[in-house]
Design a binder for this molecule. Structure first.
Ligand SMILES: [Fe+2]
Length: 377
């Protein structure tokens, strides 16, 4: 293969010769293209050659796409992965999100779409590496130091440092780049903790369904997407010792965890995000009955976007595995939402959210009856 200097390396993984070769021909003019026909061969190739992007078929004999995906992630956490498959389901989409997939394209794909997604994935990879480099500098000194002794005033000297964080040269200006940037930041946060992998993306997925149902105008919809990705970004400076603690949290632990909403805002201020985005992030732990934090807002005083994120965030947390508890099934998670409607959550939004979930389940049941049970994740 003739190597193009400075061109990104792309690996195509597909057992079917037709799509594999057509993709190779499409990508050949601009990239160094490698192609293999199995998950096993893909793993060997990635061990030998640094890839920028991998396009992965999900349904292959031998090692399945999802199994290959898990192993590829272990070998190279930074490679961009695009799933191209004729067998998409809600379960496989959500499962692949868990492993940091960049995009999910159904077969048959069209040429402009695939070229555009590959190009975006290359841009994202560059941004990823840049963000990692910046965060790498910060990681030498924790943004929020852990307390050495517990006292009645545990937070006085622990939060210094996070406001020294600098975004020079990487802050995006328009909404689309901002969303891409927010995703990268969220993924970087989630890399710290395998239990939260894909959480922000799923929160965005659920919030976006709600905002469409509520007919948000495009700008507000995009603001909610960005806020959904960034809602917990302040946790970047909090030790996993607190976030994933098993057993009862002490008042000091709680005080530190609760700081993440305020820290998110301090961290994001230099990015000049809109006041809507910041307010959604700041207030996503307020409770409808006024007992939440940071400001104890009540009912509709809480910004609508923050009330939506509160529901999406709790639903996804309840249905995901955590070190301190097993996930709830879909039915139990819905009952919890209902039980807390009017207390923790906006009751009107809870009923709309439950309707939306029901419709999502029905759509996937109709599209893929064989895998109907998969929706009870
Ligand atoms: Fe949070």
């Amino acid at each position: 293969m003739e190597m193009k200097v400075n061109a990104p390396n792309i690996l195509i993984v597909d057992d079917e010769i037709g799509p594999r070769e057509s993709l190779r021909m499409i990508l050949k003019p601009n990239y160094n293209v490698y192609a293999v026909e199995s998950g096993q061969a893909a793993i060997q190739m990635i061990q030998q050659t640094q890839m920028d992007v991998v396009t992965l078929d999900l349904k292959m004999p031998g090692l399945s796409g999802i199994e290959a995906l898990k192993e590829i992630r272990v070998i190279d956490p930074d490679v961009m992965i695009i799933i191209i498959t004729g067998y998409g389901t809600l379960k496989s989409a959500i499962e692949s999100i868990r492993y940091g997939v960049f995009d999910y394209i159904p077969k048959p794909f069209n040429v402009p779409e695939i070229l555009s997604i590959i190009d975006k994935s290359i841009q994202r990879r560059k941004l990823n590496l840049k963000v990692k480099e910046v965060l790498g500098h910060c990681s030498h000194q924790p943004l929020i130091k852990e307390p050495e002794v517990h006292s009645d005033f545990p937070l006085q000297n622990e939060t210094k440092g996070i406001t020294d964080f600098r975004w020079d040269g990487i802050a995006p200006s328009d909404h689309q780049s901002c969303l891409e940037f927010a995703k990268v930041l969220a993924y970087t946060l989630e890399e710290k903790d395998p239990y939260t992998s894909g959480h922000s993306e799923r929160v965005c997925y659920y919030s976006d369904f709600l905002s469409k149902r509520l007919s948000f105008p495009p700008k507000e919809r995009s603001e909610l997407q960005i806020a959904s990705y960034l809602h917990d970004i302040g946790k970047i400076g909090i030790s996993n010792r607190f976030i994933n603690k098993k057993g009862t949290l002490t008042p000091t632990d709680w005080a530190i965890i609760k700081q993440h909403t305020k820290k998110s805002i301090e961290l994001l201020i230099p990015l000049n995000l809109s006041s809507n985005i910041l307010s959604y992030i700041q207030h996503h732990h307020e409770r409808y009955d006024g007992t939440g934090y940071p400001d104890g807002l009540v009912g509709e005083q809480i910004p609508l976007g923050a009330r939506i994120i509160a529901i999406s965030d709790s639903y996804d947390s309840m249905t995901s595995d955590r070190p301190y508890r097993k996930p709830l099934n879909n039915g139990d998670a819905k009952s919890e939402l209902l039980k807390n409607a009017g207390k923790q959550f906006d009751p009107k939004l809870v009923s709309i959210f439950l309707e939306v979930l029901k419709e999502m389940e029905e759509v996937f049941l109709v599209r893929d009856p064989v895998r109907a049970s998969a929706v009870a994740y």
